[in-house]
Ligand binder design. Sequence first.
Ligand code: ZN
Length: 286
Amino acid sequence: MPELPEVEALREYLDEHLTGRVVERVLPLAVSVLKTYDPPLSALEGQPAGATARYGKFLALRIGGLHLVTHLARAGWLRWQETLPAQPPRPGRGPLALRVVLEGGGGFDLTEAGTQKRLAVYVVHDPQEVPGIARLGPDPLADEFDRDAFAALLAGDRRQIKGLLRDQSVIAGIGNAYSDEILHAAKVSPFKLAASFDEDQVTHLYEAVRATLGEAVARAHGVAAGALKAEKKSGLRVHGRDGEPCPVCGDTVRSVSFADSSLQYCPTCQTGGKPLADRRLSRLLK
Ligand SMILES: [Zn+2]
C-alpha cells in the first residue's frame, strides 16, 4: 500500500509531468470508483492541470477550478503513460479504475489489483469536502509538527502505539509498513501503550518518525512512478521480512497478527528478546 513517502513521490512526479497539461477525457472504468457525482467528471475536461497536493495518503490534483482527489487504498497505483491506446478500454475488466487522457497524447491510469475494490476518486471544489481528508491528523513531516505536538498526541491514549501510529485521524500518512519501520528504528514494542511512554521515549519515537519518513521520501525522490513499489520494499528493514535477519542485530524478524493484517518486528531490538503472543488467536481460543 502506498504510504506518505510513495504518495509524496507521486505528488512530485505529477507536479513535474502534469502541471500545465490540459485534460481531454476522464474515463471511469471500475464500478463505484467515483464517490461524488456533482460536479461530474466531465467538468474536468478541457481544463488545465495545476499543482498537485498531498493530504496524508490522499492525492489532490488541481484541474481547472476543481480538484480530482484520490486515495489509492491497499492495492491502488498511478501509472503514467506517455502514449495511450486509441481505443478506450472496456469498463469493468482488469485493474483499470480510472483513465485520464491528456491533450497532445498520453495521460495516466489509476489501477487497483485484486478483487477488493477500495480505490476512491472524488471531484470536489475543496479537498476538505472529502471526509477522509477532513478528519486527518497533522502531517508528521510538517515544519510545525515538533516533538511537543507529537507528545500531545500520545498523552493519555490507552491504545497500543502500533494502532495509534496508523490512525489517520491522529497522524496523517503512516500505514502498516512505515509504522513497523518507525517502531523498529525506535526500538519499541508495537504493543506498548501510547500513554506509557516517558519523556525520553517520546523523544526517541518522535525522532524515529521524522527520520524514517524523511529518509523514505528522500529515497523515493526522483524515482519514476513505475519503480516506486520496488524502491519502497528495498528500503524496509522489518516490514514484510518475516524470517529474515534483522539488519541491526541479526535476530530473526518475526510476524504477529494485528488488527486486520499482521506486523513484523525484531524481538531483540524491540521486545527484550521475547516473541509477542498472537493476541487475536489467544482471544479466540478462550
Ligand atoms: Zn534487531
